[in-house]
Design a binder for this molecule. Structure first.
Ligand code: HEC
Ligand code: HEC
Length: 355
C-alpha cells in the first residue's frame, strides 16, 4: 500500500483551508469523479485504495455500506478523527460521490446487510474487551495517529476507526455493524468474527454494546477547540529593530532555537533594498516539533513557529497564527492538547517581547 507524502498533505491542507475560508471555487455540475478527486482522493487515495483514510474501494466495504451510510458519513464526517464533515456539498454532489464510490466495486457488488437482533450489552462488553479493544480502544476511541506511516506502526496497514464517534454512530445502523462483524473486510486487519469462532448471538451482543457508546458523553475527540481569533497580535512599544531583538531573546528564554530573523522580502527584492519595516522570525523547539509530528505529520506545514514584526499605520505589531485554528482545520483530537500548549507558548513569547 502506498502512503501519502507531505506533498499530498499540501493538497489536503490547501483544500481544507479553502473550505474553512469559504473559498471553494469549484463544484458546478455534480461530477462524482471530479468531486472525489477534489475532496477525498488526498486521504483515501486516487482510486480509493486508502492512505490516511481507510480504503473505500474494498469489495467487502462496499457490499456492507448502503448509500444511506455513505451519504451520512460524508455529511457528518468523524468529528476529531481527521475525516472532515462535508456540509458544503449539495445533495446532488453527495449522491454523485456515492455513485462514484459504488463504481469502484466490481460489477454486481450490492449491499447485503444481515438483520441485527436485540442483544445483551453487558455480555457484549466482555466480548468487546477481549476481541476488539486492542485495535479499537477500550472505549471505542480508535487507533492513534492519522494513518500516515510516521504516526502508526508500520506493520499496521490501516488504522482502526473510532467506534464511539458521534459521526460514526449517527451513520451506522445496527445491521451495518453486525454485517461488518459477520463478514469482516478482506485485505484489512478487520476479519470475520464468525470465522474466529463467535456465534451470531455473540455478535448481536457486541452490536448492542457498541450502540451504547452513543449515550456516553461525547468523546473529547468530538470537540474542536474554540479560538477567539485567527491571529495572536500585540502592539510593541519599541521600534521594529528593537522588537526583533527582544523577540529573539524571548524565544531563547523559552528554550526555542532562533533559526532566522530576516526582512520579509529578503531574497525577493534586490539585496540592500529590503523593507526594514517588516521582519519574520522563525524559531523551533525540536523536541516539541518531533512530538507533534508523531501525532500528526501535517503540523510540519506550520512549524517551526513563525512570528512577524511589522510596522503598520505608525504602530509596531508582533503577530502569529493562532495555533488553536489548526485544531479546526485538522480535525484531529489528539492535536488539541498540543495546539493549546502552542497557543499559550506563543502568547507568552509575544507578551514577553512587548513588555
Ligand atoms: C486487528 C485489529 C482489529 C480488531 C481485533 C477488530 N477490528 Fe474492527 N476494524 C479494524 C480496522 C483496521 C478497520 C478498518 C477496516 C477498513 O479499512 O475498512 C475496522 C473496521 C471496523 C468497523 C467498521 C467501522 C467503519 O468506520 O466503517 C467496525 C464496526 C468494527 N471494525 C468493529 C469491530 C468490533 C466490534 C470488533 C471486535 C468484535 C473489531 N472491530 C475487532 C481493526 C480491527
Ligand atoms: C483529511 C482526510 C480525509 C478526507 C479529505 C476524507 N476522508 Fe474519509 N476518512 C478519513 C479517515 C481518517 C477515516 C477513518 C475515521 C476514523 O479513523 O475513525 C475516514 C472514513 C471514511 C469513511 C468510513 C469508512 C468505513 O470504513 O466505514 C467513508 C465512507 C469516507 N471516509 C468517505 C470519504 C469521502 C467520500 C470523502 C470525500 C468527500 C472523504 N472521505 C474525505 C479521512 C479523510
Amino acid at each position: 500500500m502506498t502512503h501519502p507524502s507531505i506533498s499530498s498533505w499540501r493538497l489536503v491542507i490547501g483544500a481544507l483551508l479553502a473550505l474553512g475560508l469559504g473559498l471553494a471555487p469549484w463544484a458546478h455540475a455534480a461530477d462524482g469523479a471530479r468531486l472525489y478527486t477534489q475532496h477525498c482522493a488526498a486521504c483515501h487515495g486516487a482510486e480509493g485504495k486508502g492512505g490516511v483514510g481507510v480504503p473505500l474501494a474494498l469489495p467487502d466495504f462496499l457490499a456492507q455500506a448502503d448509500d444511506d451510510y455513505l451519504r451520512k458519513t460524508i455529511r457528518l464526517g468523524r468529528p476529531g478523527r481527521v475525516m472532515p464533515a462535508f456540509a458544503q456539498l449539495s445533495d446532488a454532489e453527495v449522491d454523485a460521490v456515492v455513485g462514484y464510490l459504488r463504481a469502484l466495486a466490481p460489477a454486481g457488488a450490492k449491499p447485503v446487510a444481515v438483520k441485527a437482533k436485540p442483544g445483551n450489552a453487558a455480555r457484549g462488553a466482555e466480548l468487546y474487551e477481549k476481541r476488539c479493544a486492542s485495535c479499537h480502544g477500550a472505549h471505542g476511541e480508535g487507533g492513534h495517529g492519522t494513518g500516515v506511516t510516521f504516526s502508526r506502526p508500520r506493520d499496521l496497514p490501516v488504522l482502526a476507526p473510532a467506534l464511539n464517534n458521534p459521526g460514526f454512530l449517527k451513520s451506522a445502523s445496527d445491521d451495518f455493524i453486525k454485517t461488518v462483524l459477520m463478514r469482516g473486510r478482506q485485505g484489512t486487519p478487520m476479519s470475520s468474527f464468525l470465522k474466529q469462532g463467535l456465534q451470531e448471538r455473540d455478535i448481536d451482543d457486541i452490536v448492542a454494546y457498541v450502540r451504547g457508546f452513543a449515550v456516553q458523553p461525547a468523546p473529547a475527540g468530538a470537540k474542536l477547540l474554540e479560538s477567539e481569533s485567527a491571529v495572536i497580535v500585540r502592539e510593541s512599544p519599541y521600534d521594529v529593530e528593537q522588537t526583533v531583538d527582544k523577540l529573539k531573546t524571548a524565544f531563547s528564554g523559552a528554550n526555542l532555537r532562533v533559526i532566522r530573523a530576516v526582512p520579509y522580502d529578503e531574497g525577493v527584492v534586490e539585496k540592500g533594498r529590503e523593507n526594514r519595516k517588516r521582519y519574520i522570525v522563525d524559531a523551533c523547539d525540536f523536541n516539541f516539533l518531533n512530538k507533534a509530528l508523531a501525532v500528526d505529520p501535517r503540523v510540519g506545514l506550520f512549524l517551526p513557529c513563525r512570528v512577524t514584526v511589522a510596522e503598520h499605520q505608525g504602530k509596531v505589531l508582533v503577530l502569529t497564527i493562532n495555533p488553536k485554528r489548526l485544531s479546526a482545520i485538522f480535525n484531529n483530537a489528539e492535536l488539541n492538547e498540543l495546539c493549546e500548549q502552542m497557543q499559550k507558548l506563543y502568547t507568552d513569547i509575544i507578551e514577553e517581547t512587548v513588555l
